[in-house]
Ligand binder design. Structure first.
Ligand SMILES: NC(=O)C1=CN([C@@H]2O[C@H](COP(=O)(O)OP(=O)(O)OC[C@H]3O[C@@H](n4cnc5c(N)ncnc54)[C@H](OP(=O)(O)O)[C@@H]3O)[C@@H](O)[C@H]2O)C=CC1
Ligand SMILES: O=C(O)[C@@H]1CCC=N1
Length: 276
């Protein structure tokens, strides 16, 4: 495992997930530096992972070989402009997890065509079961791609996309995706309670069913449609339930939701591209 020095800017949910994956994967904690304005967060990160935490972004960046940008997209312009001098001095590989922030916008704020990898992880990265889309700017060489892969693979499954715009599609499917599955779990749990199950039983049966279905889908050679058919006995209970979903045109509804998420990511990109 590489011991290259990595700096995280923003020590919130996503940075914590990625740092958890890296340290679990054997990356030396003293080569990880994280900057965050909150003292409480810095202390938590230090205590949980043994990483070095800074209040000052530029201090965390000094000598970094890889810089991981983990602040909210709304903060991107301000943060990148503020750290531009430190970044151009260190010349790191940039990895950005910020939804909707285009590679060219970051290069413009840094004032240099630095190599940028856009990564779109998701919160299951917290349990090293993330699904992560990656795109590299033309400035990223083979070593940079390998380094990005090593860092992100510690958080879960990775897939490269060749067109930067496809990162918005990744955001709509796997970036936001955990929320869709959690929503479905909330609904199924509530339905169980309505049908008379005690709340704890309804929750556990729902979660275990989601886990079992995901594990089967991952491990089976058959597509999810075939696995669904295996559950659906002719004239049985599942058939009745699926007919209700079909009546509501679940496929069209999911497609609409994913398009809405994709369009929101594209809107953020458009706004940031127009920003000085
Ligand atoms: N959450 C998710 O499911 C996913 C998020 N992402 C992306 O990850 C990025 C981070 O999201 P997430 O971790 O959820 O957000 P969080 O709010 O949890 O983390 C952002 C952190 O950055 C800190 N921060 C604010 N300003 C600065 C600054 N000037 N310098 C350094 N740090 C600063 C914040 O501190 P404070 O809270 O005190 O402001 C906070 O601790 C976003 O761009 C998002 O698009 C990508 C995929 C999935
Ligand atoms: O909702 C969001 O904007 C972020 C990006 C993907 C998941 N959460």
């Amino acid at each position: 495992m590489t011991t290259a020095r990595i700096a995280f800017i923003g020590g919130g949910n996503m940075a914590t997930s990625l740092i958890a994956g890296l340290t679990a994967d054997g990356h030396a904690p003293d080569t990880i530096q994280v900057a965050d304005p909150s003292q409480e967060r810095r202390e938590t990160l230090q205590a949980s992972f043994g990483v070095r935490a800074f209040a000052n972004n530029a201090e965390a960046i000094a000598n970094a070989e890889t810089l991981v940008l983990c602040v909210k997209p709304q903060m991107a312009a301000q943060v990148c402009t503020d750290i531009a001098a430190a970044v151009t001095a260190a010349q790191p590989l940039i990895i950005s997890v910020m939804a909707g922030v285009p590679e060219q916008a970051m290069q413009r704020w840094f004032g240099a065509p630095l190599p940028v990898v856009r990564a779109m992880p998701n919160t299951p990265a917290m349990v090293q079961t993330g699904a992560i889309g990656l795109h590299a700017s033309p400035e990223v060489d083979a070593e940079g791609r390998n380094r990005a892969e090593t860092i992100l693979r510690a958080a879960g499954l990775i897939r490269w996309v060749e067109d930067e715009a496809r990162i918005d599609a990744v955001t709509a499917i796997s970036g936001s995706g955990p929320a869709y599955f959690f929503l479905f779990m909330e609904a199924l749990e509530a339905a169980g309670i309505e049908l008379g199950l005690d709340p704890q039983t309804a929750r556990l049966l729902t979660i275990q069913t989601a886990l079992g279905a995901a594990k089967m889908a991952m491990e089976s050679a058959a597509p999810p449609s075939r696995l669904r058919e295996q559950v659906t006995s002719p004239g049985g209970t599942t058939e009745r339930a699926l007919a209700v979903f079909q009546e509501a045109d679940l496929h069209a509804l999911v497609a609409r939701a994913a398009r809405a998420a994709r369009d929101r990511a594209a809107d953020i990109s458009q706004t940031l591209s127009e920003q000085p």
